[in-house]
Design a binder for this molecule. Structure first.
Ligand code: ADP
Ligand code: 5GP
Length: 204
């Protein structure tokens, strides 16, 4: 059964940490959509693994060529998701995971017919987010303020999402995310009921 799982939430909240755990456990069923971005790689980030790191010119060219399913300007950098790779993964029956911002989420809701399950992740308060951003040590103070302000604006859209996880205890947050995935997988409207009935009858 294929569907799209959108994960949004302020930068530094723990999305990548939670998603990498999900991949370790469900790697055969999931396809993680690797975005393109004009942002510079952080320490430890690899091209083609965390993002496709490209230039502004390349990004503009990709927009012109219709490469993106959605794209957005976030904290003065461009981010976008490949249309072709998403379509291919869906046609293979994969669950496609997007780590995208609120703007990107709105765009895919408009464009795709597939079932979209959406999860917003936040910290218990602004101070905790600030601590995590500082711990990650990837942003100058100026960028930090920008990310916090962007987080405040994104929080206005919480009601557009199906689920909200307050990522305080990592294990509990992971269990919550995992249960969303599992619940979605067992929905009757996403399964091939005819095939299940046929297989069941064969056992008579
Ligand atoms: P995002 O992908 O949302 O930008 P990351 O997954 O890179 O965020 O996490 C940012 C930082 O917060 C990392 O240093 C990560 O280890 C830490 N972190 C993630 N979840 C928790 C948590 N529940 N409690 C404390 N620190 C966390
Ligand atoms: P970061 O720079 O911290 O990796 O990501 C910054 C923000 O950009 C996060 O909110 C993340 O979800 C969002 N983002 C990452 N990839 C994409 C994408 O392809 N499209 C959109 N719209 N947002 C993205």
């Amino acid at each position: 059964m294929s569907f799209i799982l959108v994960i949004s939430g302020p930068s530094g909240v723990g999305k990548s940490t939670l998603l990498s755990k999900l991949f370790t456990e469900f790697k055969d069923e999931l396809y993680f959509s690797i975005s393109s971005t004009t942002r510079k790689p952080r320490n430890g980030e690899k091209d083609g693994e965390h993002y496709h790191f490209i230039t502004q010119d390349e990004f503009q060219q990709d927009i012109k060529n219709g490469y993106f399913l959605e794209w957005a300007l976030v904290h003065q950098n461009y981010y976008g998701t490949s249309l072709k790779q998403t379509q291919e993964a869906l046609s293979q029956g994969k669950i496609v995971i997007f780590d995208i911002d609120v703007q990107g989420f709105h765009q895919i809701v408009e464009k795709l017919d597939e079932k979209i399950v959406s999860v917003f992740i936040i910290t218990k308060d602004k101070e905790e987010l600030k601590k995590r951003l500082i711990k990650r040590n990837a942003d100058t103070i100026e960028h930090l303020e920008q990310r916090l302000e962007n987080a405040r604006l994104e929080m206005k859209e919480l009601d557009k999402y199906d689920y909200l996880i307050i990522n305080e205890n990592l294990e509990q947050s992971y269990e919550a995310l995992k249960s969303i995935l599992i619940t979605q997988k067992i929905r009757t409207d996403g399964q091939n009921l005819e095939q299940i009935r046929t297989l069941w009858n064969k056992g008579e």
